[in-house]
Design a protein around this ligand. Structure first.
Ligand code: ATP
Length: 261
């Protein structure tokens, strides 16, 4: 079993614009995520982070601009097409099935990975035993590597929130993503859980080589695991750079520390 994606393209976001009525949610930000990089996307409430995230995952249609993943024009794809291109995401409000086991939840990530698997599942067709066994092995290995094997047979709905966040991450990883998009993964977690999650994301990136786009308010997490940080405000890119450079930027200090530093 190889979990490493074969080739990880560069994500290139160029001059993306989107208005909702009179509100300019995105006012032309551009940035790239180089293969294997963790890029943090930060900014105050209403800065446009979720809107940009949703444009990349194709839940929103920008008014103009380009989003390319290697040679693939993401704006020409549907949300399913983006998943097929190797982009997996997690949701702010956990999107797991509460009544089925953690293992089965994670296996839904594998079914969305291949169209054949997805169609077979949707039609209720039997998958080959070999296919299923391989996916189960991969899911258990993933659970073990994320310290979740002990809850593999439990219904997801029985588990505490911090554990569910990690299960959701495991499900996204079952898609064998080339780009993993995390929408506020630390939201609602206690401090120790945030540190553990940050360590897990970085370790899995090191092991598997995927790129990460991390939208997050938890500054300690963003600054500790990001290779680069992009800052948005009022839909525009304020600055970008390595975490230490960005943390020293006057507008970032103003936005996050109220100018106190
Ligand atoms: N579906 C929508 N309809 C109308 N306005 C929207 C919609 N989605 C976002 N907006 C507006 O676009 C702007 C950017 O919002 P967005 O949610 O992207 O910000 P954000 O940086 O993710 O904020 P937060 O950190 O609070 O999640 C805000 O003014 C918001 O009110």
């Amino acid at each position: 079993m190889t979990a490493r994606p074969p080739d990880v393209p560069t994500l290139k976001v160029s001059d993306v614009r989107l208005r909702f009525g009179g509100v300019v949610a995105l006012d032309g930000p551009s940035f790239t995520i180089e293969p294997g990089q963790i890029v943090g996307l930060i900014g105050p409430n209403g800065a446009g982070k979720t809107t940009l995230f949703n444009c990349i995952s194709r839940l929103y249609e920008p008014d103009s601009g380009q989003i390319a993943f290697g040679g693939t024009d993401l704006l020409a794809l549907s949300a399913d097409g983006v998943a097929d291109a190797g982009i997996a995401r997690t949701f702010q409000n956990i999107g797991l099935f509460p009544t089925i086991s953690v293992l089965d939840n994670i296996l839904t990530g594998a079914y969305s990975r291949t169209r054949a698997g997805f169609v077979a599942t949707a039609l209720g067709l039997p998958r080959t035993r070999r296919e299923e066994a391989g996916e189960r092995d991969e899911a258990w290995a993933l659970l073990e590597s994320m310290n979740l094997a002990h809850v593999g047979r439990e219904p997801a709905g029985n588990l505490p929130y911090g554990t569910l966040k990690r299960v959701e991450l495991a499900r996204a990883l079952m898609q064998r993503p080339r780009l993993l998009m995390l929408d506020e993964p630390a939201n609602g977690l206690i401090h120790e859980e945030v540190l553990e999650l940050a360590e897990t994301v970085r370790r899995l990136r090191d092991e598997r080589g995927f790129s990460v786009l991390l939208v997050e308010h938890h500054m300690a997490m963003v600054m500790s695991i990001s290779d680069r940080v992009v800052v948005l405000n009022f839909g525009q890119k304020v600055t970008e750079g390595e975490p230490a450079e960005v943390a020293a930027h006057p507008e970032v200090i103003e936005a996050y520390l109220g100018g106190a530093a």
